[in-house]
Design a protein around this ligand. Sequence first.
Ligand code: RP5
Length: 163
Amino acid sequence: MSTQPVVGIVMGSDSDWPVMELAAQVMDEFGIGYEADVVSAHRMPQEMIAYGTDAAGRGLKVIIAGAGGAAHLPGMLASVTPLPVIGVPVPLKYLDGMDSLLSIVQMPAGVPVATVSIGGARNAGLLAVRILAAHDPALLARMGEFQAELKAQATEKGRKLRE
Ligand code: RP5
């Protein structure tokens, strides 16, 4: 499997990593090359814009961006890249992540960010896999297997409850 990064996992701070590493784990599970980095919209805005501007040219296909509080990173990246951007609201100490969610989800028309649930980095990773799988039959089959595993696990839980 290729190790060339096709998914960029970025976040506003290394303090977001305990949440965002769940997306990285999905990449490992599916054998997808990825890179992870801190690209703060507020503390390093020029570098953040450069990351978004250069992403497609460097071979990235999807960006997963997580941030907390005034979480402008996903939306700003989406404004400068034609790639799909998945936003992960990271919950902080106050407001239970609602501030992060609302900062990411209410994008103006024309600049979409696919926002997952608060702390939903695993689903962000799985959504990235589905986007890549749309043009990759082997990966699409692997996603089908993953979904079959989910069904089997849920079915088994029901069977145990009925016993
Ligand atoms: C945001 O500020 C980051 O995404 C992080 O969620 C939050 C706090 O950052 P630190 O003060 O922990 O570096 O931009």
